[in-house]
Design a protein around this ligand. Structure first.
Ligand code: NDP
Length: 282
């Protein structure tokens, strides 16, 4: 890991990185190294720690040194959105960028691959979205990033519940006229209604359970966007309360990385073996 003040890019290879703060925990360098080996691509991918107020400076420096593309993680996805010259439609809608690349004119482009990551991981685990009633816990950047991708899959409804209820309401309002979306308090969620529960909060990072009824989990598919070396507390809660499937977000991480890799290299890496390798190293 390097810091943004001392970015150093090896010669004779194409350089990529992930910028964030903190960043030492990131599994992205490992994932992209395996993708590169698997697809025979000559590239180097590193994690760069960026000071909170220095994102655009770090981005310019990385480009000046010849960097080809970047991933962006917490807390810079919004800064990245403001820093790039061009946004894809889905990045504009999400107001977040997790993937940047530069064109021949030197202009920067930003996209978000989080929704692709989540949808592809659900699909890989045989979880169908069409006509399903979905509960999303949380209303932060990650949820904003995946919402339109889930709506595009033909879901029946999405209910958003968040600790700060006004943020859930704001998110629903920002999606305007889509009647499939609604906001709810944690305490008003109806057991037996939801097919899929997605935890898009950071609560599992702190080992905290959300104040929702245990009966909500029964017969559902539960998905925690947070991933950890052991089961997250949300995954444990889901298993203990009768969920049919309980998954953490490692698969989403690998699938969103694969979508970034495709943008940069025009090659699709194989994901399931990479998820297994990363899981076995945890
Ligand atoms: P944000 O900081 O934007 O939002 C955090 C969300 O979590 C808010 O809704 C916040 O509620 C809620 N929250 C935080 N702590 C608690 C708590 N103790 N109890 C209840 N709610 C809580 O973060 P992001 O949306 O960017 O990321 C959310 C999580 O998703 C992160 O942990 C991140 O690691 C994970 N993630 C995983 C990805 C993957 O590939 N697997 C991709 C992207 C994100 P409030 O509004 O009330 O503050």
């Amino acid at each position: 890991m390097t810091s943004s003040l001392q970015i150093c890019l090896p010669a004779d290879t194409d350089n990529y990185c992930v910028m964030g703060n903190p960043i030492s925990h990131s599994k992205s360098p490992q994932i992209h190294k395996i993708f590169a080996e698997q697809t025979d691509q000559n590239l180097f991918y590193q994690a760069i720690l960026v000071d909170p107020d220095c994102f655009s400076e770090a981005l310019s420096e990385f480009q000046r040194l010849g960097g080809k593309g970047l991933n962006i993680t917490v807390p810079f996805k919004g800064d990245a959105c403001n820093a790039v010259d061009h946004l894809t439609a889905r990045a504009k809608k999400a107001a977040a960028v997790n993937t940047i690349w530069f064109d021949k004119k030197g202009e920067s482009h930003g996209d978000t691959t989080d929704a692709t990551g989540l949808v592809n991981d659900l699909r890989a685990n045989d979880i169908q979205l069409q006509d399903k009633n979905i509960l999303i816990l949380g209303a932060g950047g990650a949820v904003r990033g995946v919402l339109s991708g889930l709506l595009e899959q033909g879901v029946q409804s999405i209910t958003i519940a968040n600790r700060t209820h006004s943020r859930a309401e704001e998110l629903v309002t920002n999606y305007g006229s889509d009647e499939r979306l609604s906001a709810s308090e944690f305490t008003d969620l109806k057991s037996g209604f939801f097919d899929i529960i997605i935890n898009g909060t950071s609560a599992s990072l702190y080992g905290e359970l959300l104040p929702i009824d245990d009966t909500l989990a029964m017969n559902t598919c539960c998905y925690d966007m947070v991933y950890a070396d052991a089961d997250t507390c949300f995954v444990k809660w889901a298993r203990e309360n009768g969920a049919r499937i309980a998954l953490d977000g490692l698969g989403m991480l690998v699938h969103q990385a694969a979508a970034s890799f495709y943008i940069w290299r025009d090659v699709s890496p194989q994901t399931s073996s990479v998820i297994e390798i990363i899981r076995s190293k945890s």
